[in-house]
Design a protein around this ligand. Structure first.
Ligand code: NOJ
Length: 559
């Protein structure tokens, strides 16, 4: 089979708002991204996934779109978008946009018409969203149609006076869900997608793609995710989009869906799938929750790391797709904490664990997505005040924690450990004020460690996390690592991350102590023919019986 460009590519995710400010308003923008294209090219990046850039009231940093056809003034203009695409193409890089099809902003003209009985277009747009009449209890008090819980922590229903109905929002209340059973609505989304394709974009990451269908019987259930996630019909919608819009125009697509079965995995992103080319899934992203914590529950509860769960998730996907589909590998995106603080150590073993994380992920097969700042070992935020946080989700969840009995300090610690904002603080370019991100105070505070952790310093040091990323990404290309065959060794181990990746040109043997403690390890493979390619301690000696120091890891290669 002929290789597709995206199988050989390294993708880099840019969270535009926090990448680089070029016009002195404290907000990252297209101008800033264009300035940094050479940097990305040099790092080894082939394609850039840009977070939503559309006009938006920014309730959810642009995932709440009020005009799909306009570029948010925070980020620039359509001319800047064209310049970005053009500049990227000149450097042989691709641009992927974030395509949000599940919801709009409540300030989108469709919703403004839909919610207002007296609006001239009310009839036309009411059906673009999902409405339900109130229920009443025995005292005649209005009740929500169901007790489903939104992904951001409150109810999924919001009452609308004008029509005496509730509308459904599975994210914030400023993000009403679109009704994919409406043909007219789908036609509008298809036309919009086509319009962006015509601007020259190379592909899309399709947001919240497994939520498009809902259970229209509206049964009760708390949180009720099964009634608005992964329902069979969402596959039909995706197929329709793909057959009518994506495939005929030859754009690459990445879906987003948690919890797929083998059959579904192939349906989403098998080589002969009619949906996506690849899929972002989440089995490895929260492998350290503590289900005994009732004060800050769910993903907010930080517990012990379950390394086996991480490896098993990757192994399951390699197994499910086999040679019938293509995997994505990534540590985290803008919705999870910084990987270094999450699965590594952002204190004493910062450098060692950042390199260990690079070796363990990036010698695996598939297409990698590097998240901005990961390549310099950026950490979680150090915010002390609740209002340092920006994410809409933080505020509903903070109130929940307090209502569950958490103290302010406990709630704040949960936010510093787990909030999405951890991954969204401004990129640390240099040790200048505001980390060289902007000349003015940024929309969100820079993390206080930017004087120790910044790109400028790391470019100058051979031993930096950045240099490791650069070399590792080079190795991927030289040796066709994306196309290799992986074998996990000691998959059950909660301490070690070990695998072989056999490519056309070489075999890689990756060994890592994933813990902050010293561990004994007997290497199971013969060391014959291997040489040491990477190591995160200067004096690692690879022998059969090893004593691995905290986070000690190395990569062996043989022809
Ligand atoms: C998934 C996105 O990654 C996340 O940031 C966003 O809040 C939701 N979808 C809603 O669009």
């Amino acid at each position: 089979m002929k290789r597709a460009w995206w199988q050989e590519a390294v993708i880099y995710q840019v969270y535009l708002r926090s990448f680089k400010d070029s016009n002195g308003d404290g907000i990252g923008d297209f101008g800033g991204l264009i300035e940094k294209l050479d940097y990305l090219k040099n790092l080894g990046v082939d394609a850039i996934w840009v977070s939503p850039h559309y006009e938006s009231p920014m309730d959810d940093n642009g995932y709440d779109i009020s005009d799909f056809y306009q570029v948010s003034k925070d980020y620039g203009s359509i001319e800047d978008v064209k310049a970005l695409i053009n500049e990227a193409h000149q450097r042989d890089m691709k641009i992927l946009f974030d395509l949000v099809l599940n919801h709009t902003s409540d300030e989108h003209p469709w919703f403004e018409a839909a919610k207002d009985k007296n609006h001239p277009d009310h009839e036309k747009y009411h059906d673009y969203y999902i409405w339900h009449k109130p229920k009443y209890d025995e005292h005649g008090h209005k009740m929500m149609p169901t007790n489903w819980r939104s992904w951001f922590g409150g109810p999924v229903w919001e009452y609308n006076e004008s029509t005496d109905e509730y509308y459904l929002h599975i994210f914030s209340k400023k993000m009403p869900d679109l009704n994919w059973r409406s043909e007219a609505m789908k036609d509008d989304l298809k036309a919009m997608t086509l319009w962006w394709i015509n601007q020259g974009v190379d592909g899309f990451r399709v947001d919240a793609s497994n939520h498009l269908e809902k259970d229209w019987d509206f049964p009760d259930g708390h949180p009720g995710y099964e009634y608005f996630s992964s329902l069979p019909k969402h596959h039909e919608y995706l197929e329709e989009m793909s057959k009518e819009v994506f495939k005929p125009n030859n754009v690459m697509t990445i879906g987003e869906a948690g919890g797929a079965t083998k059959e579904e995995a192939l349906r989403y992103c098998g080589f002969d799938s009619d949906e996506f080319d690849m899929l972002i899934h989440f089995g490895h992203t929260w492998a350290d929750t503590d289900n005994q914590n009732f004060l800050t529950p769910g993903k907010w509860a930080k517990g012990n790391l379950r390394l086996r769960e991480i490896k098993e998730s990757f192994a399951r996907w390699y197994e499910m797709l086999g040679n019938k589909g293509w995997n994505i590998i990534y540590w985290h995106n803008h919705d999870q904490p910084r990987i270094l603080s999450h699965y590594g150590d952002d204190g004493q073993y910062r450098k060692e664990s950042a390199k260990m994380l690079a070796y363990t992920l990036y010698f695996m097969p598939g297409t990698p997505i590097v998240y901005q700042g990961e390549e310099i070992g950026m950490t979680n935020v150090d915010y002390q005040e609740l209002n340092d946080f920006r994410d809409v989700e933080v505020y509903t969840e903070y109130d929940n924690f307090i209502s569950f009995g958490a103290s302010h300090e406990v709630a704040m610690q949960a936010l510093r450990d787990r909030a999405r904002d951890n991954a969204r603080s401004p990129f640390q370019w240099s040790s200048e004020e505001y980390a060289g991100f902007s000349d003015v105070k940024p929309w969100m505070n820079v993390v206080g460690n930017y004087k120790e952790i910044n790109l400028e310093d790391q470019l100058q040091s051979e031993d930096s996390v950045y240099q490791t990323y650069k070399h590792v990404l080079e190795n991927r290309k030289e040796d066709d690592i994306a196309f290799g065959e992986i074998t996990f060794i000691d998959l059950e181990s909660e301490d070690f991350y070990i695998y072989l990746n056999k490519t056309r040109f070489a075999t890689y043997y990756v060994v890592a102590n994933f813990t902050g403690e010293t561990k004994n390890l007997t290497l199971s493979e013969s060391l014959e023919g291997y040489h040491l390619l990477h190591q995160n301690y200067p004096d690692t000696e690879v022998i059969k019986e090893m004593i691995l120091r905290p986070y000690e890891a190395f990569v062996l290669r043989k022809k």
